[in-house]
Design a protein around this ligand. Sequence first.
Ligand code: NDP
Length: 287
Amino acid sequence: MAERLTGKEVASAIKEKLKTEIASLSAQGFTPKLGIIRVGARPDDLYYEGGAKKTCASIGMVCEVFEYPENIAQVDFEKAVREINERKEINGILMFSPLPKHLKENKVRELIFPEKDVDSLTLGSAAKVFVGDKTGFPPCTPQAVMEILHYYQIPVQGKKAVVLGRSLVVGKPLAMLLLGENATVTICHSKTQDLPFVCQDAEILIAAVGRAKMVKANFVKSKQIVIDVGINEDPDNPGKYCGDVDYSDVEPIVEKITPVPGGVGSVTTAVLCKHTLMACKMQNNIC
Ligand code: NDP
């Protein structure tokens, strides 16, 4: 039976540390603040926003939501984002995407000040992740994967890591973070030949494909660490979520595995807060 790598445990440890640091910073007159920008009211955004607000409240971080109507004009939205940027007390900005189709998302993303870009929405942040510049923030989800590996003391250096998926939000930045910690990284995608064979060769296998239960028993072998980033509607249990890994198929074979729900997704808001705290410290020259 595989060891279950529980995200909640990792998130709790991160939040405990943040709580202590924030209390000390607040005593010095610096309370970190996260600004969340939301256009419309997509259920996924509202769900994530609720989680982020709850996490912030639990650790003493301030969180303000800036909500705009679905039909907001480009010019008005740009003005709003610029104003949020300029507000000194806001240290980190999270903007939900995708934006409604009529808005030029790439243009709006680039307006966010790099020092406040706590979820890596701008090309500048992506570049910093690419070159390993620690003043840039990686996207929260790949960083959450790294936090899980660190918390459970899973060695990365010199290990063969296979990342299934090459999106800008998860796969590519995650590959860079693993490489930054000296893993030997293979990135797979929809055109990869003989995917099960490539995945079986991994010591650390990370699935971020957005395909429910795609990773089956024939993708894995014993002694592997399997991290499942996927969040999909479960085709076998309507109304429930499942990962990209077929948990019941894979769990009996591998050494350690994250569940869905309760795995990577549980750690992302804690990482968002960690980045906002780091942003606050950098903006105020606090070591
Ligand atoms: P994308 O759809 O942007 O990317 C999916 C990637 O998987 C692409 O690179 C694609 O390849 C690859 N892929 C798709 N099908 C296959 C296949 N059959 N074989 C091999 N590769 C395939 O998804 P995201 O990266 O945004 O998200 C991935 C998963 O992670 C989703 O389930 C999403 O819900 C979840 N997620 C979870 C988060 C969390 O906090 N836990 C946060 C963000 C996402 P190609 O490039 O060739 O098309």
